[in-house]
Design a protein around this ligand. Structure first.
Ligand code: NPW
Ligand code: ADP
Ligand code: MG
Length: 414
């Protein structure tokens, strides 16, 4: 959003009208503005108001008069007398380059002075103000750096019919700044994933031709995750006793941070003691239905007491909890964060899988796990809010959130 204001002394305009009215009109006003001024009997206050509006607009554009000419901004009035600006083609080009969509103006005058205020905003900007605390969390990228400096993220998930979930988590990690993302999927899904993913490195894992992970997957998985900075496990993973055991082995073997989502959470719900022996930090990202399943409560009970259930889980299981939904709650390390971003348009399949990838990405880039989670949740909601500006809430799909991650990070960075 940009703003500009200007004040004009009316007696200065009166003097100009006496000395060089025609020249002044010719230089500053369009024909339609002159017609309007004639209809107002060449009232110097009206003219001072139009003049001030043009100055204010030029400040809004950050150029001042010069880069944009007086006549490139035509101040007109609607049926109710409200002033608005009509730009020449040159003016429109400048606005477009600044990614502004709307310039609003307001003019007022008294005996001696006329004042005009202009405000410019783009669709991307509308009503979005980023919390300064969040801005500080964004990891800086060094000039002298390479992909190895921005984290090796391993996404473990997918099963027959559920290739979208690991795809979305993978793309989200890449879009959030990760240098290298490895997608570990059951071997039978390799061909389809290779078509879907271009930038990620695909690691096909032994699946006994079943289309989902089995206990026989563990050796391949251990080999692949050895050098990872962070893992995200769960999107499209599927749930059964064997996968629950597989997950136990991974959680014990891998010493770094792990983001557990979706079926990762549903699997440990079968045996929560899996979490007890973890050396690394675990981040759990359930929706209320998943947390209800995990705690053997109803969704209604969870929703009626969101903060307490979140705190309970983060303390009892020593995890960072992300309880998703309106105002997603993050608890852990003695802190609570209530997220302000997001909208009901995000209640669409796959949007949680994207969050999983974003959080893993920020942690993989070296952020402390709690802070990385807070930044990830905020950024995810902001990407959803930006997608809503473009698509509205009804037609918004997870891919729209994905595509807005870069703009959301850019907005946080500004
Ligand atoms: N394209 C793909 O490949 C995709 C694959 N996906 C993968 O699918 C797998 C299953 O995950 P899932 O979340 O879709 O189903 P599931 O855990 O059975 O939960 C459903 C039940 O829980 C409840 N519930 C849900 N949300 C709630 C809320 N906010 N607040 C309250 N309650 C809520 C709700 O209960 P209800 O209200 O209907 O009683 C609903 O019936 C998982 O691996 C995931 O990664 C998906 O990510 C989508 C894209
Ligand atoms: N009404 C809403 N307001 C804000 N955020 C929402 C709303 N509905 C859903 N979301 C967000 O969308 C995501 C949905 O996650 P999840 O239920 O796991 O989806 P999926 O499993 O389909 O990927 C969460 O981050 C949640 O906070
Ligand atoms: Mg989910």
């Amino acid at each position: 959003m940009t703003t500009g204001v200007d004040i004009v002394n009316v007696s200065r305009i009166s003097k100009i009208l006496l000395e060089k009215k025609d020249n002044f009109y010719k230089k500053v006003m369009t024909d339609r503005e002159i017609n309007y001024i004639c209809s107002r009997n060449h009232n110097p206050r009206t003219i001072a108001g139009i003049f001030a509006a043009k100055e204010a607009i030029s400040k809004t554009l950050g150029t001042g008069i010069g880069a944009i000419g007086w006549k490139d901004m035509e101040i007109l009035h609607d049926d109710k007398g409200k002033p608005y600006v009509n730009f020449s083609d040159k003016g429109k080009k400048i606005i477009e380059e600044l990614t502004l969509d709307v310039i609003e103006i307001s003019i007022t005058h008294e005996e001696e002075y006329a004042i005009a205020f202009a405000i410019g905003y783009g669709k991307q900007d509308e009503f979005i103000v980023v919390d300064p605390y969040i801005k500080k969390l964004l990891p800086k990228r060094k000039k002298d750096s390479h992909k190895g400096n921005y984290g090796r993220v391993g996404i473990i998930g997918g099963s027959k019919g559920m290739t979208g979930a690991p795809y979305l988590a993978t793309q989200a990690a890449l879009r959030s700044g990760s240098g290298l993302v490895y997608t570990l999927i059951p071997k039978s899904l390799e061909d389809i994933m290779a078509v879907k993913l271009t930038e990620a490195i695909i690691k096909p894992i032994e699946d006994e031709d079943k289309g989902f992970f089995t206990l026989k997957s563990i050796e391949d998985i251990k080999k692949e995750i050895e050098n990872m900075d962070v893992l995200a496990i769960g999107p499209g993973f599927g749930v059964d006793i064997e996968r629950c055991q597989l997950l136990r082995e991974i959680l014990n073997y891998f010493k770094g941070p792990i983001v557990l989502d979706a079926d990762g959470i549903n699997c440990i719900a079968l045996d929560p003691s899996i979490l007890d022996n973890r050396e690394g930090i675990t981040i759990m990202t359930p929706h209320p239905g998943e947390l209800a399943n995990f705690l053997k409560r109803t969704t209604k009970e969870i929703q009626g007491n969101r903060i307490n259930y979140s705190k309970y889980v983060s303390e009892k299981y020593n995890v960072i909890m992300v309880l998703k939904g309106v105002n997603t709650i993050i608890t852990g390390e003695g802190e609570i964060f209530l997220n302000p971003t997001g909208n009901p348009g995000m209640a669409t399949a796959g949007s949680g899988d994207i969050l999983t990838g974003i959080i893993a990405s920020f942690i993989g880039q070296g952020l402390n796990s709690f802070k990385g989670t807070v930044l990830g949740v905020y950024c995810h909601g902001l990407a959803g809010d930006m997608a809503k500006l473009d698509k509205g809430e009804y037609g918004l799909i997870a891919t729209d959130i994905l595509e807005n991650i870069p703009y959301s990070i850019k907005k946080i960075e500004e």
